[in-house]
Design a protein around this ligand. Structure first.
Ligand code: 2BA
Length: 145
């Protein structure tokens, strides 16, 4: 095995724990929050999409600005007044990628091809934080240098 191949296999089998953005730093909303609150958090944080958590701090989905705006799209205008009456749970995307803290870097790299961020859970499925495409690419970039 060459040194390059060895380094590559070490990188790919490396665990992702060092790359995780901890839950305290992750903007999120809860299932029962109204959409006006979710939109406020999205606009204030600057992110396109953020995780949705339940009362037990478990990840249940993610919500994006586009999903919110799409849900209030009327025939001729955005029905802004409906934002307060719809909950995050009704509109969120439930099919989201998740990984455990001990997942390999290769698994995270593969998942990040189609997803800008991945929710990370512990063994009891509690939310630990997120892994962003940016942190994954930064590590790949360091490797190629
Ligand atoms: P987006 O919000 O679509 O952001 C795409 C990229 O734009 C981010 O890539 C980052 O490079 C940059 N960016 C956007 N808003 C930023 C901000 N307020 N501060 C700094 N950089 C910003 P990634 O860093 O790879 O993040 C991928 C996705 O992960 C983001 O997509 C967002 O949906 C989510 N995300 C990242 N950090 C988050 C956090 N602290 N809380 C909640 N969601 C986060």
């Amino acid at each position: 095995m060459t040194i390059d191949t060895l380094k590559k296999s070490q990188l790919m089998s490396k665990e992702i724990s060092d790359l995780i953005i901890s839950h305290e730093k992750v903007a999120h909303v809860q299932l029962q929050n109204p959409l006006d609150h979710a939109l406020l958090i999205l606009i204030k944080s600057g992110y396109t999409a953020i995780p949705v958590l339940d009362n037990d701090y478990k990840v249940r989905g993610q919500i994006s600005k586009n999903e919110i705006l799409d849900s209030i799209l009327g025939l001729e205008r955005l029905e802004i007044e409906r934002l307060h009456d719809i909950t995050v749970e009704t509109v969120m995307n439930k099919k989201i990628p998740r990984l455990k803290t001990d997942a390999t870097f290769l698994k995270a790299l593969t998942t990040s091809i189609n997803h800008p961020f991945i929710c990370i859970e512990d063994e009891k499925a509690a939310f630990v934080g997120i892994l962003t495409r940016r942190s994954i690419l930064a590590l790949v970039h360091r490797y190629f240098q």
